[in-house]
Design a protein around this ligand. Sequence first.
Ligand SMILES: *Cc1c(COP(=O)(O)O)cnc(C)c1O
Length: 381
Amino acid sequence: MNFQLIKNSLPNSPAFILNTDELVKNLSVLNSLRKQCGCKVLYSIKSLPLTYVMELAKPFIDGFSVSSLFEARLANEVLMGQGNIHLTTPGLRVDEWHEMTTLLTHISFNSLTQHQCFSVNTPDNLSIGLRINPKLSFLKDYRFDPCGPYSKLGVDIDELRESSYFNKINGLHIHNLFSATDFLPLLKTLEKLRYYFGKKLTQLDWINLGGGYLFNQISDQSLFIDLVKQLKQDYKLEIIIEPGKAVVDTAGYLVATVIDCFQSDGKTIAILDTSINHNPEVFEFQYTPELCEHDPNAEYLSILAGSTCLAGDVFGEYRFNTPLTMGDKVIFKQVGAYTLIKANRFNGYNFPDIYTYKGQQLEKIKHYSFKDYRQQWLTNS
Ligand SMILES: *Cc1c(COP(=O)(O)O)cnc(C)c1O
């Protein structure tokens, strides 16, 4: 990415930029995994359901993984029958179920009660599975740990072993971490699965290993490839993965302009024309997003703050080689996943424009206007 070129040629900000080459690179990693071990790959669209990304991804993947009726409809519209759509959610609704069965190819029920309620009268072409909670925690923070105490995500593996439900399903779904940069958790999880169910796994058609692994940032994929090959060989199963962040995160950038600069209690504050509302996880999880201009050895410190009324609407304190002044642009990186989809227009500040960046060219693919904001809040009476 040529950051200077982007800064010079962007007509306005804030702007969300998708680096097409980076997207293709990430998708190629997944495509190569498909070729090397025969796994199926679904893009988990919840991380960024932009149809541009979905269309671009199509040749590299086998379908989409979705969480809701709206996501299923969008996935169906893009795939036009040419791929799989897998859903798992704690939030299945009775009134949506019929339409769901016409859109999905695979479903993993989140609980045994969901299985009881919904598995009757499903069409034959809908493959039924269960999301299990393997009771193996790899995350210290319980808010992100699907296997923490009192988990709402998946059927307890012990409960499944003791029940008769294993005979009523075609597949199993596991998703027990996020942003993992090695495959040891997968190794441990599959060991437990083999120990618990052994030969019974041959009864199944598929195992979906979920998302959570940053395939694009793991240079040695051999453990994953071996694990999948072994599983396929031992139990004659289809193995599915459904990454989200590994597809889009490194491809996303957010460009903002400094619109005010002043001192507060001796520190420099730079107000940006964006806010944490364009990247809400910064506030939710209290982390500092990466900034292209930040140099840990640089002299000039500045707190980058958002433009809303919330005191805590702050990205963090960064170091710059020259003092920031009004009109300067800064670029946040690795903001492709879970940013735009969580973005809101709190305080009435608009969403960023969306651009693609390809062969040193920027192209605007989306602009939101006052009309969109008005439409959201206008009531009938
Ligand atoms: C969120 C989620 C994914 C995608 O996770 P990433 O961390 O973005 O790879 C896949 N499967 C399930 C069930 C999920 O909840």
